[in-house]
Design a protein around this ligand. Structure first.
Ligand code: 4AD
Length: 554
């Protein structure tokens, strides 16, 4: 038999005949192919195409020797492949058989067991030795051959659950996915000494029901949310990202913080009110107003509820609100949102010093309550292990002294020049100063020109106002407040200075006509105080669905 080899047009495939039209690519393969057709056949004659002669020429003795060696290698490889294929087939058959068997494992409740007590996961920790049922989402899922480990989450806590025996083998269990919802029945056991688990317990599962099976494969939860995903993808998937331990932890601290602040306000006899969000007046400058078409009239989303709180003083006394404020902040910074939860309070018949003391009391006591909270306290420890609870009195630093400090430390203003009295201390410089000093600061007495129309001048230095910013290491300003001008003429001069038409403010101005009083107040950015408390790089991590320029979804 003659076989033809052409290393440019030939192909090493067993479907080819080895004729001149269906030549092979290599001599070794030609020898190998000949034996596939007839193992006992004599060695074929090989002809190799030579370009120089434009024809097939019988193979040289040395090339034939090499081809025989190559052919041996191909034979060995073929045998190995055959063995591997057989092994794979065997394994697939075994898996299919196991699956068939697992398919037939039915998961049924043993009715002879004591009735299971329905409880939330955090309650289950105290039911050691009892049979309970807990419902939740599969937060983590791991299995070895005979045991399946689930960490179940229900918002109240996490519990480690163990499935063994048929429960672990059943196909239904093999098919479980992350974020599926299940109800697990079983007994609560203390984890052995030296091992740790949430609540110090483990659920030894004896039966379970699937409530909602989450997708597997392409659509699986772990494909949607990955730790190293781009922040904008995580924001698009915020509804899923919120299920993570860090974000949900921050949200729990947030809830505890708002509750703690309400508790302090109750202790300090402030009344909660809910001012409107749709308004026709500005508080903190026109450039960050969100405009709104209000049935054909111009209106805005509120920047601050301060002016409305001030109107409540004569009827309700000291008041506070926790309300959304809106700022059309064009710049992307790590501490600015377009919508944030603003904690604001207004207090009557007090001095500037008393206002500062009240702010200290609020911050110190509410932070203490949050740290003592059984849910939030441990989360803060985890997220911010080095957190030091602030103690009153805070360091007091007047604006004019801060300017000197900045000069001494060669920190420059926004234009890149040495700071001068009258300059705004913008975010970067403010943070550098706060981080260097390293403790909470009450920065007071800002110049009239860089503060709002409603702030009164200091009696001893009319260049500056009775105003305060609370600065915290790592975030900078978390609170802005001041005494309010209570004299009618002075207030009108404030409007004039800032170029604001006083007409729409008639209701605010009336407070100075119908029984004026010394008063002051402040606003705390909830997300900023949280960023400080939970050691988050940006306030975006502290808002449920953060809004900033370019993002208003989901
Ligand atoms: O300093 P601000 O602008 O003060 C006021 O709005 C006053 N009218 C409040 C009052 O006296 N009732 O804002 C107060 C605080 C800031 O210290 C900061 O914590 C937060 O609100 N804040 C923001 N937080 C997130 N994103 C923004 N764009 C913020 N703007 C202000």
């Amino acid at each position: 038999m003659s076989l033809y080899i052409n290393d440019t047009t030939g192909i090493d495939e067993l479907t080819r005949s080895g004729s001149q039209e269906q030549s092979y690519k290599t001599p070794a393969f030609a020898l190998f192919a000949a034996q596939q057709f007839d193992a006992a056949a004599a060695e074929p004659k090989l002809f190799v195409f030579k370009t120089e002669e434009n024809d097939y020429v019988e193979i040289s003795a040395s090339a034939l020797k090499k081809a025989r060696k190559g052919c041996d290698g191909l034979k060995k490889k073929a045998i190995k492949q055959k063995e591997q294929a057989a092994k794979q087939q065997e394994q697939a058959a075994a898996a299919a058989a196991k699956q068939m068997a697992n398919m037939h494992i039915t998961i049924e409740e043993d009715k002879s067991l004591p009735a299971a007590l329905r409880c939330k996961i955090d309650q289950s920790y105290t039911h050691v030795g009892e049979r309970v049922k807990v419902s939740g989402w599969i937060h983590r899922l791991r299995s070895n051959k005979k045991v399946v480990f689930i960490v179940l989450r229900d918002g109240s806590g996490y519990i480690q659950c163990v499935l063994t025996g048929n429960l672990a083998l059943a196909q239904q269990t093999v098919d479980l996915t992350l974020e599926s919802t299940v109800t697990l029945y079983g007994s609560i056991k203390k984890v052995p000494e030296g091992k740790s688990a949430p609540g110090g317990v483990e659920l030894d599962v004896d039966y379970y029901e699937i409530v909602g099976l989450a997708p597997s494969g392409e659509e699986s939860f772990s494909n949607k949310i990955t730790e190293d995903a781009d922040p904008s993808i995580l924001l698009d998937q915020r509804h899923l990202a919120l299920r993570g331990e860090t974000l949900s932890g921050v949200m729990k601290v947030r809830a505890a913080l708002l509750a703690a602040i309400r508790r302090v306000y109750k202790e300090e006899n402030l009344t909660e009110v809910t001012p409107p969000c749709m308004v026709q007046t500005q508080v903190e400058g026109g450039s960050t107003l969100f405009k709104l078409d209000y049935y054909g009239e111009e209106a805005f989303l509120t920047q601050s509820s301060q002016l409305y709180l001030e109107t409540c003083l004569p009827s309700l006394g000291d008041v506070y609100c926790m309300q959304e404020s809106f700022r059309a902040e064009k710049s992307h910074t790590r501490r600015h949102l377009s919508e944030y939860t603003h904690i604001e309070a207004e207090l009557t018949f007090l001095t500037f010093d008393e206002l500062l003391q009240h702010i200290e009391t609020l911050i110190v006591n509410s932070i203490q309550y949050v740290l003592e909270d059984p849910v939030a306290g441990p989360i803060i420890k985890e997220l911010n292990p080095d957190f030091v609870a602030p103690k009153a009195p805070f360091m007091r630093l007047e604006y004019k002294d801060a300017i000197e400090w900045l000069k001494e430390h060669q920190i420059l203003n926004e234009e890149g020049n040495e700071f001068q009295f009258g300059d705004d201390i913008a975010e970067a410089a403010e943070r550098k100063m706060t981080d260097t000093i390293g403790v909470p600061i009450l920065l007071t007495k800002f110049p009239v020109e860089i503060k709002s129309f409603y702030m009164p001048r200091c009696k001893d230095d009319p260049r500056v106002t009775e105003s305060v910013d609370v600065l915290m290491p790592t975030v900078g300003e978390i609170t802005g407040g001041s005494m309010r001008i209570n004299n009618l003429e002075e207030l009108m001069a404030g409007f004039k200075r800032e170029g604001i038409d006083p007409k729409p403010y008639y209701w605010f101005i009336d407070q100075r006509k119908y029984g004026t009083c010394p008063h002051g107040g402040y606003g705390i950015g909830t997300e900023r105080i949280l960023a400080w408390l939970c050691n988050r790089y940006t306030v975006r991590d502290c808002s449920l669905y953060p809004r900033f320029s370019g993002r208003c979804k989901p």
